[in-house]
Design a binder for this molecule. Structure first.
Ligand code: GLC
Ligand code: GLC
Length: 822
């Protein structure tokens, strides 16, 4: 069953009924000002940091689930009836309800009693504000006399404090109202130099800024007293809960339309110019007023919208494909790329499952996000790499997270996740391959943000690599620390106290438990580092890295192979995790996917065997589960992984993030059918028709789909902010379609299904547009290239002469000479 459809032409997903199984959301903003918006206009806005600079209030896990947002009410003056054209919060039965989630905007609206109202919400490029363009049309045969009401509830900036510290918060709320603009200035009198504002393009009949005056006692957003009566009371918030609401009167002849523009924004003043006049307590509005005036004009709003569209057009044109599969086309050309922007911007901080309070930017997460983002805005990727590396510790280890506003490592979560440092190598390698900008390696970057500690970025990578060599366990495999990629495999935790954090509790010294996954990661990162070193002319360094990699490869074969698959880890007692010897958790996906994609056992059949075992034991129709059998009880020595009921999250859920590792491994083995089959099982667009089961948005990946041990097998959770976005984008574009960036140029090495006759693609790469046509001329993956009419050996397109703008590539696929791809 579906709740809408894809409008690929307009790059929109169109939701046609408001009661989706879960809120289906979109993001507004892609630079510094952000909003989350659901299909019924729920959600909130923030500046840079969802925890520390929250503009509007949102109550997670509400009932109904999604309540609080950017709401409009319309009221018919004659009948006294009122409703919300976004359905929430009044939930009247509407006609022609539609929510169009597009690239950086959402248009939500419907008809009610012959009055059509739709609002376009978006954030203009380069501005710290959002625009709501409300268009009301009278479809009746008689004139209509209406009132339109807007409303937002302000958050007192620090979202954590806002939700908990009421003894203070009920006293500090302050607003100013000037020229119909509502300014929210809580704490502006003291240490904050920023405020929010909410403005309306029309002459208003009134305003409210005190929540209880608007709602009335014991009423909710579905039934505000002020709207019911048809009058706002010009209330001024002093303490309690400041809101912003405007009332506009709208009279429309039959067929007539009217547009009202609302602008909600964030503004900062220099500290010494906060007040006007100086010495008063009144906000200095000199610099903000022109901004507000500009965007209240519908023409400026339209222009800003067109600019946003053009921006996305250019970003999405960097890689476009036309394959025989509509779901692939749609995800690669539109939604998967779009989701990669969101994960880059938000890491795991703010979604409908991440409260914006819990997590900052993750070190491993943000580095992996680069795999799907770097081609879009390389300059921002560069800045991110420097920010991440600046939080690295002198040991080569890393803070697990940092706060986006302060860019400082987050001490609450600490460090010692022993996989973390390697992701920096992977992220930097991706950046180098995309851009060829080797200057980044010489950039001076501090450790732990300590001035004076700077070394070249390259040394950060060296220390990342060394970090593992300094922490090898009894078998010569990497010690796991608090956890590796799997945050829940806590082999040094041994927590028996309710509520203790699995992530930060460490009751063991950590000298025994080892991770085969990190070994695979080490091999991959080590190869990347060796490649980088050799290109910097560091021959002996390069050899050293390759020797260490070779050594680790051997160690994995010796102690990390179980006969049919790769072992997952050794626990604190030196016992195997993820082995046929185990009672539960005999086989895990991570070590199969990662060791194989890193190249361990590609030549001698181990990787193929491991893939066969994945198919046999882990694959389901809804994707590949994390391990089998699921843990049926809590195991002290395994930690959080066994805390989840079977089939959910890290306990045998389909953790979509690691499915693409298997997909890439399959392509490295030349198995195009298998790779594409796995890709399609979790492709959200391909799951659209089972939306009632899947429940999350059909246009973006979710972190998890319940595994076969769960009663709700096939149900997704935690959509949007997941490494799944970057990894799947990387897997489909660079490995299945095989349009792969490399230090020396672009490769074309597809490993696609045997049934595909071919496909076409355009890829912008280092200033050149490559027009690629892939034609299947036989079975297999052997590639013969014709570049601008001339045959070329191998799968690498030679770097075109300076000044070339376009290159035409034909790639013929024939029977493979060897099964294994390098
Ligand atoms: C979450 C985390 C990620 C981790 C994964 C597996 O998605 O954000 O860092 O690797 O879970 O535990
Ligand atoms: C929990 C989740 C895991 C996530 C971690 C982040 O352990 O199960 O997916 O990575 O929290 O702190």
């Amino acid at each position: 069953m579906q709740y809408g459809y894809f409008d690929d032409e307009r790059r929109e997903y169109v939701i046609t009924r408001p009661d989706t199984p879960l809120p289906w959301i979109n993001y507004l903003g892609c630079e510094a000002y952000f909003g989350i918006i659901s299909n019924t206009a729920g959600g909130y806005s923030f500046y840079r940091d969802a925890r520390l600079r929250r503009l509007t209030r949102y109550r997670y896990n509400n009932a109904p689930y999604d309540l609080g947002g950017r709401y409009i009410y319309l009221r018919d003056a004659d009948s006294g009836k009122f409703w919300s054209p976004s359905w929430q919060p009044t939930r009247h039965e509407l006609q022609n309800y539609e929510c169009r989630h597009g690239m950086g905007y959402s248009i939500i609206g419907a008809e009610y009693n012959g009055i059509e109202a739709r609002t376009r919400y978006f954030v203009p490029l380069g501005e710290n504000l959002e625009i709501w363009q409300l268009t009301i049309t009278n479809r009746r045969t008689a004139p209509a006399k209406l009132s339109a009401f807007s409303v937002v509830e302000f958050c007192l900036w620090d979202a954590q404090d806002d939700a908990t510290n009421f003894q203070r918060n009920f006293n500090i709320g302050q607003v100013e109202i000037e020229d119909r603009v509502i300014y929210h200035k809580t704490e502006y009198r003291e240490r904050r130099d920023h405020f929010a504002y909410f403005a309306c393009s029309e002459k208003t009949l009134g305003f409210d800024t005190q929540r209880e005056a608007f709602l009335g006692p014991y009423r909710g957003w579905d039934n505000p007293k002020a709207v019911e009566c048809g009058n706002l009371s010009d209330s001024v918030a002093n303490g309690w809960a400041p809101i912003g609401s405007h009332q506009v009167s709208v009279e429309l002849a039959p067929g007539e339309s009217k547009q009202i523009v609302f602008v909600l924004g964030y503004h900062e003043n220099p500290r010494d110019q906060k007040f006007d006049p100086q010495g008063s307590q009144v906000i200095n509005k000199r610099t903000v007023k022109p901004v507000i005036a500009k965007y209240l004009k519908p023409e400026s709003a339209d222009r800003a919208f067109d600019e946003l569209k053009a921006y996305w057009e250019s970003v999405l044109n960097i890689c476009r494909v036309d394959t025989p599969d509509v779901h692939t086309n749609r995800m690669v050309n539109i939604w998967n790329a779009y989701q990669c922007m969101a994960t880059f911007n938000m890491s795991r901080s703010a979604s409908f499952y991440e409260s914006g309070i819990g997590r900052g930017l993750g070190f491993r997460d943000s580095n992996q996000d680069l795999l799907g983002f770097v081609q879009m805005v390389p300059a921002r990727a560069r800045e991110r790499i420097i920010d991440l590396a600046s939080t690295q510790l002198p040991s080569g280890g890393a803070y697990h997270q940092y706060q986006p506003l302060t860019k400082r490592g987050n001490n609450d979560v600490g460090s010692n996740f022993n996989d973390d440092p390697h992701w920096l190598i992977i992220g930097v390698a991706a950046y180098l391959k995309e851009t060829g900008d080797w200057s980044i390696l010489d950039e001076p970057v501090p450790y732990d943000n300590q001035p004076g500690s700077e070394t070249a970025l390259f040394e950060h990578l060296q220390r990342s690599f060394q970090y593992t060599l300094d922490r090898l366990g009894p078998h010569g495999l990497p010690l796991i620390g608090r956890a590796d990629w799997n945050d829940c495999l806590n082999l040094n935790c041994f927590s028996d106290t309710p509520g203790q954090s699995f992530q930060t509790t460490t009751n063991k010294e950590g000298k025994i438990a080892e991770s085969v996954f990190i070994a695979g990661l080490f091999v991959l990162a080590g190869r990347e580092l060796a490649e980088i070193a050799s290109r910097r002319g560091l021959k002996s360094e390069c050899e050293r890295y390759l020797n260490e990699v070779q050594q680790m490869d051997q160690t994995v074969r010796k102690y990390g192979w179980d006969g049919e698959w790769f072992i997952r880890a050794y626990d604190d007692f030196g016992n195997k995790v993820g082995s046929k010897e185990c009672k539960e958790g005999k086989i895990f996906i991570e070590s199969q996917g990662f060791c194989s994609l890193a190249g361990i056992g590609l030549e001698d059949g181990l990787a193929q065997k491991s893939m066969d075992s994945v198919r046999k034991y882990l694959a389901t129709d809804h994707g590949i589960v994390l391990q089998q059998p699921a843990y049926s009880q809590y195991y002290l020595h395994l930690g959080e992984i066994s805390s989840y009921p079977p089939g959910y999250k890290e306990n045998a859920g389909i953790f979509c993030h690691n499915n693409p590792w298997v997909i890439i491994a399959e392509t490295r083995l030349g198995n195009g059918d298998a790779a594409f089959d796995y890709y399609s099982r979790i492709n959200p667009s391909a799951r659209e028709s089972i939306s009632d089961l899947h429940r999350c948005e059909p246009y973006v990946y979710a972190q998890m789909i319940a595994g076969k041990d769960a009663p709700t097998h096939g149900e997704a959770k935690n959509s949007w902010l997941t490494g799944t976005a970057a990894w799947n984008y990387y897997a489909i574009t660079q490995w299945i379609l095989g349009i792969r960036v490399d230090h020396d140029g672009l490769r074309v090495a597809p490993v696609v299904p045997g049934s595909w006759r071919g496909f076409t693609a355009t890829r912008k790469f280092r200033g050149v547009t490559y027009h690629i046509e892939v034609i299947r001329e036989g079975t297999g993956n052997h590639v013969e290239l014709i570049v601008d009419g001339r045959p070329v050996e191998g799968d690498l397109i030679p770097v075109p002469p300076e000044g070339t703008t376009d290159v035409h590539v034909k790639a013929m696929l024939r029977a493979a000479k060897t099964a294994v791809r390098s």
